[in-house]
Design a protein around this ligand. Structure first.
Ligand SMILES: Nc1ncnc2c1ncn2[C@@H]1O[C@H](COP(=O)(O)OP(=O)(O)O)[C@@H](O)[C@H]1O
Ligand SMILES: [Mg+2]
Length: 237
């Protein structure tokens, strides 16, 4: 697989400065994020890599507006999000962000198509357009003949394809993927990564969290985390 290709015109998407997130567990305090700076531009494909417990998911949750830092500032496009209330945070999340998780997070009772249509329950717009967009995404992900299947009738790779279609449904400014191939065999994992690369080449901005260097190697930029800190960054030309 060749690395992601970067785009010529760049818009700042993510700008996090001095982000800290601590968790109190009993009488210990865990510094899950310890003064982290991170910036991303449009069409970037950034991998966050590090061992288990290094703060990758915490960073993704903050950039994905699922959590807030204890201190530091985070700007997503023109929005200062670190201090927003829950309602504003979820509005920004629904409008700008798509998520893909290791364990797919599909709703078991819904068909593939209905899972993909789900994010639009918050959005305005034409239902016919939405249906067309969902069918188009499922087709591009090779799932046209499975749209009426429920998650338990699909393989892991097929479930992740549905999850990617769902994440892309809102045309997210930023796609966040936390160990998206962690539950897949290596052949299926490469297929999923190849699909993500294809969307990136068309301009989709992606942040991918992984603990595997072979997966991180596909990104433009690899951010290495350890103990809540960024210990280094590599550019993948
Ligand atoms: N909700 C939480 N409550 C307490 N500790 C947490 C919580 N979330 C994460 N942590 C701790 O913060 C650190 C970073 O976790 P995490 O971001 O999940 O790491 P990674 O995704 O790299 O495995 C770990 O020490 C973890 O135990
Ligand atoms: Mg994690």
């Amino acid at each position: 697989m060749t690395p992601a290709a970067s785009n010529a015109t760049k818009t700042p998407i993510v700008h996090g400065v001095d982000l800290c997130r601590t968790f109190e567990v009993g009488d210990t305090r865990v510094h899950a994020l310890d003064h982290v700076d991170i910036s991303m531009d449009s069409a970037d494909f950034v991998a966050v890599m590090g061992p288990s417990g290094s703060g990758k998911s915490t960073l993704m949750n903050i950039l994905g507006c699922l959590d807030r830092p204890n201190s530091g500032s985070y700007q997503l496009l023109s929005h200062q999000v670190a201090n927003l209330d829950d309602a504003s945070l979820s509005a920004i999340r629904n409008q700008h962000l798509g998520f893909v998780f290791q364990s797919f997070h599909l709703l078991p009772r819904l068909t593939a198509l209905d899972n993909v249509l789900l994010p639009l329950r918050f959005a305005k717009g034409d239902v016919t357009d939405a249906l067309e967009h969902a069918l188009d995404l499922l087709a591009r992900l090779g799932m046209s003949d499975r749209i009426d299947h429920r998650p338990n009738q699909l393989s892991g790779g097929q479930r992740q394809r549905v999850a990617i279609a769902r994440a892309l449904m809102v045309k997210p400014t930023l796609l966040l993927a936390d160990e998206p191939t962690g539950n897949l065999d290596s052949k299926t994992a490469s297929e999923i990564l190849e699909l993500m690369l294809t969307f990136n080449r068309e301009g989709q901005t992606i942040l991918l969290v992984t603990h595997e260097s072979s997966i991180a190697a596909l990104a433009h930029r690899i951010i290495h985390m350890r103990d809540g800190r960024i210990e280094g960054e590599e550019i993948n030309a």
